[in-house]
Design a binder for this molecule. Structure first.
Ligand SMILES: Cc1cc2nc3c(=O)[nH]c(=O)nc-3n(C[C@H](O)[C@H](O)[C@H](O)COP(=O)(O)O)c2cc1C
Length: 375
């Protein structure tokens, strides 16, 4: 019987499915619900020391629908948590007092200030959280404070901040990467150099979902205006897979033993299998939970187990990164195809043309038939 149980950075998880930071982990009530449904871990909504600076607007989501009506893309202009830090500390404690089976991971974000990061990390650790995810990737809002993606796009700052956090805690630290960058390996390498135990990828992709053709206003429209937001859901999966592949390749080559949490459009066990085949240790789901509810973890686990049974994989490690060796350069693809065609041609040329019925052979039958059609 295959098992989904896994240990990542010392965290014992009943399965690799983790709630991605966002509305599905936005207060104690919903976090408890996620653990009750059997999620392997929960990454809470990103917190900062001074929530009074966080002011959200509404509407703050815009959806892209397929012709079938299915939501395939989801833009949000939501900020990090607007709930006071002391309330979060209290809720982290209460959550851990309930002894959930999975890991409780605090997502944190602050300004470029060592004391602020240190205070935030130490207070969350004292509250009993199991690990940290550093949000270096929120694409909208707060860039004026050099937070989120504004920090994640600067490898030098990233390395320094990861160093501050590592000095402040012994707990696992995952640095969450922004996809809004040309080469994701650069911030990835900086975070791992700084001491992050793992990476998470991806956060949302900077986007404009559409323009209303009656009002001519871009969406989501707030008082007639908008601002570019972050794109998530099914539509971003191909981009997320590519970035996960690049980060997994970096980890294998330069930081063996460090971990990777993959996310972006995961909605099924088969989606999760693909992220693990490309090197993810865990998989996160955020928008999928907003579409299907917390209970979607059960069919996801079942589908992932069925995939493992089909291939006779006993553990997640049996197939983690198994598809990575099948990436190469385009020039190499051309070379491989040219070589295969030449070999086929040579094999066909060596098939002797049957001159009498006694020369037909069971093994060569199809080739002999083909050779006769060419004369
Ligand atoms: C409404 C919404 C709010 C989000 N808030 C946060 C956040 O506070 N911190 C964070 O690190 N990521 C946040 N994210 C990003 C998600 O955690 C995730 O990286 C992204 O949406 C891609 O995964 P998905 O397609 O499974 O949603 C948010 C996403 C959405 C849709």
């Amino acid at each position: 019987m295959p098992t989904l149980a896994t240990t990542v950075d010392g965290l014992k998880l009943p399965n690799p499915f983790v709630i991605g930071s966002g509305p599905p982990g936005t207060n104690l009530s919903v976090i408890n619900r996620a653990f009750k449904e059997g999620w392997g871990g929960v990454i809470a909504k990103t917190v900062s020391l001074d929530a009074s600076k966080v002011v959200n607007v509404s509407p703050r989501y815009a959806k892209l629908h397929a012709l079938s009506g299915e939501v395939i893309g989801w833009e949000n202009i939501e900020l990090i948590s607007d709930r006071p830090f002391h309330l979060w500390i209290d809720e982290f404690k209460k959550c851990k007092d309930g002894q959930p089976k999975g890991a409780l991971i605090a997502s944190v974000m602050e300004e470029y200030n060592k004391d602020a990061w240190t205070e935030m990390i130490q207070r969350c650790e004292a509250a009993g959280v199991d690990a940290f995810e550093l949000n270096f990737s929120c694409p909208h809002g707060l860039p004026e404070r050099k937070m989120g993606a504004a920090m994640g796009q600067d490898p030098e700052i990233l390395e320094e901040v990861c160093g501050w956090v590592k000095a402040a805690t012994k707990l696992p630290v995952w640095a969450k990467m922004t996809p809004n960058i040309t080469h994701i390996e650069e911030p990835g390498r900086a975070a791992l150099r700084g001491g992050a135990t793992g990476l998470s990828a991806i956060n949302t992709i900077r986007s404009v979902t559409g323009v209303n053709l009656d009002t001519l206003r871009p969406e989501p429209t707030v008082e007639g205006y908008t601002t570019p937001g972050g794109y998530s859901s099914k539509a971003v999966k191909p981009i997320a897979l590519r970035m996960v592949m690049e980060l997994a390749t970096l980890i294998r080559a330069e930081f063996p033993g460090r971990t990777l949490s993959g996310l972006g459009g995961i909605e099924s066990g088969n989606d999760a299998a693909q992220f693990i085949l490309l090197g993810s240790d865990t998989v996160q789901v955020c928008t999928g939970v907003m579409k299907f509810g917390y209970e979607c973890v059960k069919p996801m686990c079942d589908e992932l187990l069925a995939f493992m049974a089909k291939h006779k994989f006993e553990t997640l490690d049996d197939f983690k990164g198994k598809s990575l060796p099948y990436f190469t350069t385009h020039a190499d693809l051309v070379q491989k195809q040219t070589a295969r065609k030449a070999a086929q041609k040579a094999a066909a040329a060596t098939t002797k043309v049957v001159k009498s019925d006694g020369e037909w052979s069971g093994d060569e039958f199809v080739k002999q038939s083909d050779a006769l059609s060419k004369g």
